[in-house]
Design a protein around this ligand. Sequence first.
Ligand code: NDP
Ligand code: MG
Length: 402
Amino acid sequence: MTQTKSLTILGATGSVGLATLDVVAEANERARAAGQPKAFEVVALTAHQDWQGLAEQAKATGARFVALGDPRHGDKLRAALSGQAVEIGLGPEALIDAAALPSDVVMAAIVGAAGLAPALAAARRGAQIALANKECLVCAGALFLKAVADGGGTILPVDSEHNAIFQVLDRSDRVEKLILTASGGPFRTWTAEAIAAATPEQAVAHPNWSMGQKISVDSATLMNKGLELIEAALLFGMPEHQIDVLVHPQSVIHSLVAYQDGSVLAQLGAADMRIPIAHALAWPARLITSSPRLDLAAIGKLDFEPPDLQRFPALTLARTALAKGGSAPTILNAANEMAVQAFLDRNVGFPEIAAIVSETMEEACRLGMDAALGDLDDVYAADQASRAIAVRQIGKRNFVSA
Ligand code: NDP
Ligand code: MG
């Protein structure tokens, strides 16, 4: 890359946000050593509560604007940044302001539907969106894609599976199947009885990837793969029955595309998010990175198995929501966010996550909430109503933590 790209990072203090800053720092250092202009200029950064992390990042990158979603820590952030040439915004509106500031690329790495409004602000001004926040796409569906198209921007998938598909998808009219690989999560080999007693600590201990708490629990239930199924259908315009899920415990093959002529193309690499992040940030160029190299001889063999839908029912729930369409994925996502938080708070057991999602979807359906999404107001209404149902479902369970 010879021209500097300006960059905004939404969710800069999270796992993907930190990995993004790592990629930026290395690319800028390489450019400096080669006597070239900076690869990336950081314009704006956001966090939710981590004011200390955000203040350090602002100083290290020279960002012009920082936004903290939770305004209660505003005074501490101001004190930490006093004397610095950086503007500070507080509250959810400030996240939108950060996304709306001019920049070439926006890394959307807030967790959950909370990332939707800022991502939409980036979409509306035609930014190149490096999309990690799959929940905002699942939640708003085609309306999010429309906002991106209307704004004249693009989505570059950061989720490793979708980034892999993006890299090997050339003739989308000749695709037979997309095959999403899944590590299987920490409970892949556990019995149903053992899974039923799983603790939050066990659920967030992912075997291959180091990630935020919410996506780690989603990986343990396989809801992450369910959300990714919906994400793939939207990003690549593929119907539900043409997207398979394949458990591949080593996480070496990040996903595959099977073509109608019998060819199957895959993208491989180390399980390091900096690789898809580097790809999405630099696209259509490619960066040089020091991410770990793949040593297939050392790995020796790759394993594959079908997902076990009995022990991991969340995958079927997501398939059902995708096949139904309309607000069904919005409802699924909202219920899942609430159920995962309740599990992390030790208010419900691990198997209750999928049960709460299932019962919320059924109740929402009975109430006639699973209608088409006409506009974004419908999205926010379905999201809020589903959260209220999920809260009742959680309250019905008298879970006593071990
Ligand atoms: P983390 O929990 O590590 O980080 C989340 C980021 O979002 C933090 O900066 C956090 O701020 C901020 N945040 C949290 N809640 C809110 C809120 N209500 N409003 C505004 N900002 C908020 O998550 P990850 O980095 O693991 O994941 C981010 C997204 O990327 C998720 O959608 C996930 O599914 C997706 N993804 C992640 C991968 C990974 O390897 N981690 C891989 C593929 C996709 P603070 O630090 O202040 O709490
Ligand atoms: Mg993924």
